[in-house]
Design a protein around this ligand. Structure first.
Ligand code: NAD
Length: 266
């Protein structure tokens, strides 16, 4: 079994969905895990649910677009657990609109949450991670949640496509920079296909409004868009994140791992 004993991790956007399942998988593997999110009630309850199962987690309110909050969150984790080894840049949003109907404000919001956050998080957290990873036999690990939308184009998704494509290459750039043994942090990206979370519910609701189709019709169309003819579940992404966080992926950096039921295979 993959394990993260004595490792300390931060997962952003962990109040629910994929982020929560990653936090759970990490904690079950023995890590001390900080869940962060904008949503205080949901995030606190999520952490309490895990702690009730004898896992060691803590929730911190965190807007990933805010540089000062990143500094405070990393410093709080260091005070709480004595360092940081793993960062999962998971928080993200989607605004689905034709390019011509997307305002500059909407474009910038998607870029701020999906891309600026990865830049800020990597910049600030890596300084804490390298205190433990530099010249150590065990690398630090940064995992960036991109998407199949970071690999292939999807209509009415320009801001999301652009942000996730940028996360893909920011990952590779940072992997090049942080591979030096004096830093020793591996940086990889995950590219999920459709995963059953609130984000997919929002995508379905947008489509219902636009097309007048029923929920079943929209869901079925989404499922059929994946060769495996189903959506994924958050646990299926969390298992890959756990692998990338663990020493079992010790020679992987700059890689892009698809978890997409075959969506990008053709
Ligand atoms: P979700 O909406 O269930 O979870 C996203 C979380 O991010 C929420 O808890 C939300 O509160 C949080 N968040 C949003 N803005 C934030 C901010 N400024 N600061 C801190 N937290 C913030 O969605 P999910 O499906 O679990 O998505 C997780 C990640 O996976 C996202 O990056 C998303 O783009 C990516 N992804 C999802 C899918 C999918 O089909 N669900 C597919 C590919 C990639």
């Amino acid at each position: 079994m993959l394990e993260l004993k004595d490792r300390i991790a931060l997962v952003t956007g962990a109040a629910g969905g994929i982020g929560f399942e990653i936090a759970k998988a990490f904690a079950e593997a023995g890590a001390k895990v900080v869940l962060s999110d904008l949503l205080v009630k949901e995030g606190t309850e999520a952490s309490e649910r895990l702690n009730a199962e004898n896992l060691e987690t803590h929730f911190i309110k965190h807007d990933v677009t805010n540089e000062n909050e990143w500094v405070d969150v990393i410093s709080e984790i260091s005070d709480l657990f004595g360092g940081l080894d793993i960062l999962v840049n998971n928080a993200g949003i989607i605004i689905q609109k034709p390019l011509n109907e997307t305002s500059l404000e909407e474009w910038r919001r998607v870029m701020a949450v999906n891309l600026d956050s990865v830049f800020l998080g990597t910049k600030i957290a890596s300084q804490e991670i390298m205190k433990r990873s530099a010249n150590s036999p065990i690398s630090g690990s940064i995992i960036n949640m991109s998407s199949v939308a970071g690999i292939v184009g999807i209509a009415n998704n320009s801001s999301y496509n652009a942000s996730k494509g940028a996360v893909r290459l920011l990952t590779k750039s940072n992997a090049m920079e942080f591979s030096d043994p004096s830093i020793n942090i591996r940086v990889n990206s995950i590219h999920p296909g459709g995963i059953n979370t609130n984000m997919i519910k929002n995508i379905i609701n947008t489509s219902i409004k636009e097309t007048g189709a029923t929920e079943d019709e929209v869901r079925s169309q989404l499922e059929q868009g994946h060769p495996m003819q189903r959506l994924g579940i958050p646990e299926e992404v969390a298992k890959v994140a756990l692998f990338l966080a663990s020493t079992d992926s010790s020679y992987m950096t700059g890689s892009e791992v698809v978890v997409d039921g075959g969506y990008t295979a053709s």
